[in-house]
Every structure is written in C-alpha cells, then in structure tokens.
Design a binder for this molecule. Structure first.
Ligand SMILES: NC(=O)c1ccc[n+]([C@@H]2O[C@H](COP(=O)([O-])OP(=O)(O)OC[C@H]3O[C@@H](n4cnc5c(N)ncnc54)[C@H](O)[C@@H]3O)[C@@H](O)[C@H]2O)c1
Length: 435
C-alpha cells in the first residue's frame, strides 16, 4: 500500500524533502531536516536569496552561516530558484508568505502560485502547508487544485496543514523543540505527516483536520494580539490616571495562577500578529459572524503609533517645543527586540507620522543598517553622546539587548521609553519618561 511505502521511506530517511519559501519559517526547517540526514531541496523564487544561501551566507539571524555551510558542503541541502528541481521531492513543505492586501483582505496568492509550481510526482507524495492562513484554505483551495490534477487525496497524495510556530530570536525554543500541530485532510494524511515531523521534532500533536490545525495557529496569535491590545489600553488608561503601568503589570504577575503578563508598546509588527487575526476575522465575516473581539483589538493595536506620536508631541510641548522642526532620534526600528525584521514594524508608522508633522528623524538599530520609507533611505546612526545631545527627544521603540540603556539614559537630554527598556534606571526629574 502506498501509505505504508511512504512511511517506511520517511522512517529510513530515503525521502527527499522539498521546502518552498526560504524565509524565517522555511530556512530553519530546511536546515533541521538536512541535519537529521534527509536530502533537502530548498526552493525560493528570490534569486538573490538563493544565491546567498548557495554561497553559505545566511540572512536569517537564528541560522548561522556555519550551520548552513556545513549542510551545503555535505550536499544534504541544495538550493534552487527553479521549481522543476522539486520533481524529486517526496515531501514538500510550503512556507511562503501570507500577507494582507491593501484592502486588508487575505492574500493567499503566494500559496496558490507555490502549489501551481509543484512538478507532477512520479509516485506518492506528502504536501504540507505551513504558511499561516484562514481556516479552510487547505480544504477549499489546496485540495481541489490537486484533485483537479488527478491526485487521490489520502491514496497517492497526502495533504496536511502544520502551522509554523517559531519565535525568531528565541534562544530556548526553536523548530525542533516546539511541539508541532498537524491536521491532515484524511486520517492517512495525518499518519504520514506525523511520521515526517517525528523525525525532527520532539513532540507532534495531531488534530482532527487541516481546518482545526489552521484554527489552532490563529487562536494562538489572536490570543497574543488581543492581550497586547488590552494591555495597550491599560497603558493609555494608566497614563490618564498617573499610574505606572509597568509596575502594575509586574505586581499582577506575582500572582502564581490565572494571570500571564503581556506588555504594552508602540504597536504590533512582523509578519504574524498584525496579520493573522485579520485572516480569521475575514473568514468569520464571510460566514456572517461578527468577530468583535478581534476587530476591537486590531483597532487598538493599530492606533498605538498614533498614540505614541501624540505623546511625543505633548512631551515636546511641555518643553515649549513643537513637533515641527524638532529633532527626534528613534532607538530601534525592528518590530521586536533582537531581530532584523522590520516588516509591519510600528516604528515605520511612528516615523511616517512624525515626518508628516515636520519632525526630522534619525535612528539607531544594531540589527537594521538601513531601511526605506516614503522613497527616503534611512541609515542607522551610531549612538554617541555628542549626537544625542543635539536631539530634542530620544524615543525607544525597540529594546534590543545589545543597546546600553544605562548610557543612553545618561547621554540623552530627554528620553521617552515605550518598552520599559530603562526599567530600574533613574534620571534627573522629567528627563526620562516611560509609556
Ligand atoms: N516570520 C515568523 O516569525 C513566522 C512565525 C510563524 C509563522 N510564520 C508564517 O510562515 C509563513 C512564511 O513567513 P516568513 O516570515 O518565513 O516569510 P518570508 O517572507 O521571510 O519568506 C517567504 C519566502 O517565500 C518565498 N516565496 C514566495 N512565493 C514563492 C513561490 N511561489 N515559490 C518559491 N518561493 C516563494 C519568498 O521569496 C520568501 O523568500 C507565513 O505564513 C507566516 O505567517 C512566520
């Protein structure tokens, strides 16, 4: 029987694993499978990325170039920009991006293009969709495509949804020790998927269907986004009541049960939290369900950059200055600490709004050497006392570990900290303000 044959070959590591999309999600997984002894073909349409990887140069911070080089040198990992090279793959993992359109609707065109580019297999094959998406994507879009092309789901094509749950820069949890959720289109699909991931991941959790697995990921990320929205609202309320929100959260977190701390900040960023709940909300509305919680949290989080700019304006105003003509120095532009990813980063919204108000912006970020916004290229400036002294206000938007916040407090004439990066530090009265 073909299912037993495929399982047997996976167990013997005789199957070739293809990975489509070599970004934050796909590259670590390709490396894990190669390190476990599988032959891996990594495919990405971005030729520049492929060429870097072929030369042993990693662009994902969690994957060292040395780790990558070893797999490329030993020919366990090959990289390609041509989908035809996936023809030999018995297992294909799809890790392409799932952004929102300008209209705030899900854009699953990258998934569709990825599946359309998969060459016809000679024998049975396992296809795993890993990209975060709305419930029903595998069943309503991916499955019909393969069926139309003559594949028999659960017989010669095994189709599984297995969400990617990595947390970039997390030193404790990475691809191999984060339990893997899988949901197959049939029981046989789940069986094959489970055997595959058991080769590289410590714990595999099987749920009833691909649709359930899609929903698990959205519950996780909606949980985070909603809680962050709630604590952002607390931060705004605390400011009105002249209460230190950071102290309140730390004190509440001493409760040993029933409370889990979330922290406020300048807004959500990255490819996941600002996007994923909107995928779910879109799907719910199609079914005439009004997801009020998700939509309220989305609005509150999206308003945070505006709230931060209002606070910066108020702080300058207190010193008799206006935003127009002020020099604002931003510390940290990536969406969270210790990563280089600035996609959807709230820092970009804050900078955009400040510029529109006539402020002059410079920034420092040890992870982001440069970025482009409104057709202007910004370059990270060194942190130096002489330069900081010339600023009207210094604003911390990302709390990277490498930044010496003690020196920053000392050297900045006036500092607004939106991340509590200066926790425990003190400054002359009115010189250091926290969100
Ligand atoms: N970044 C994260 O921390 C994270 C965490 C968990 C889940 N995810 C999910 O994983 C998925 C991928 O996210 P990412 O951050 O790795 O994205 P990414 O943009 O870093 O990488 C996606 C890669 O796919 C490539 N690609 C796009 N279409 C392709 C195609 N048809 N064929 C071949 N390559 C193609 C792109 O060139 C890009 O290199 C998303 O659905 C995301 O929500 C991401």
């Amino acid at each position: 029987m073909s299912v037993e044959n495929l399982i047997d070959r996976i167990n013997k590591k005789e199957t070739v694993v293809g990975v489509i999309g070599l970004g934050y999600a796909g590259l670590p997984l390709a490396i894990e499978f190669a390190e476990e002894g599988f032959e891996v073909v990594g495919f990405d349409l971005n030729e520049e990325r492929v060429s870097k990887l072929q030369n042993g140069q990693s662009y994902i911070e969690d994957i060292s170039s040395a780790r990558l080089k070893e797999q490329v040198r030993d020919k366990r990992l090959s990289l390609t920009a041509h989908s035809k090279d996936l023809a030999r793959a018995d297992v294909i993992l799809i890790c392409v991006q799932t952004p929102l359109r300008k209209s705030k609707e899900p854009d699953i065109s990258f998934i569709i293009k990825a599946i359309e580019g998969i060459p016809t297999p000679k024998k049975e094959r396992l296809i795993v969709l890993q990209s975060t998406t709305f419930p029903g994507t595998t069943e309503e879009y991916v499955r019909p495509y393969f069926e139309k092309n003559g594949c028999k789901i659960g017989k010669n094509l095994f189709l599984v949804f297995a969400p990617e749950r990595i947390d970039p820069s997390n030193k404790k949890f990475h691809s191999s020790n984060i339990p893997k959720i899988i949901g197959g289109e049939t029981e046989a699909c789940s069986r094959v998927g489970k055997v595959l991931f058991e080769q590289v991941i410590e714990k595999v959790v099987v749920v009833d269907s691909a649709k359930s697995a899609e929903m698990v990921k959205l519950l996780e990320n909606t949980f985070r986004a909603d809680n962050i929205a709630m604590v952002n609202e607390f931060a705004l309320m605390c400011h009105e009541m002249d209460i230190d929100v950071w102290e309140v959260i730390d004190a509440a977190a001493t409760k040993p049960f029933g409370f889990m701390p979330f922290y406020p900040g300048p807004g959500l960023g990255g490819h996941c939290l600002p996007v994923d709940p909107v995928y779910l909300s879109w799907k719910a509305k199609i079914l005439d369900f009004d997801p009020r919680f998700i939509d309220l949290a989305t609005v509150i989080n999206a308003q945070m950059p505006q709230e931060i700019v209002v606070r910066i304006g108020d702080l300058l105003n207190d010193k008799g200055k206006s935003l127009k003509g002020s020099h604002v120095f931003i510390v940290g532009v990536s969406y969270k600490k210790n990563v280089a990813d600035y996609r959807e980063s709230p820092a970009l919204d804050v900078i955009d709004l400040l510029q529109k108000k006539g402020a002059t912006i410079e920034y420092h970020d040890p992870h982001v050497a440069q970025f482009e916004l409104n057709e202007k290229v910004f370059h990270s400036k060194k942190l130096s006392e002489s330069h900081l002294k010339k600023q009207d206000i210094v604003v911390v938007l990302t709390n990277h570990d490498e930044i010496d916040f003690k020196s920053l407090v000392k050297q900045s004439p006036f500092l607004f900290d939106t991340r509590n990066a200066t926790k425990g530090l003190s400054a002359a009265k009115g010189k250091l303000i926290r969100l």
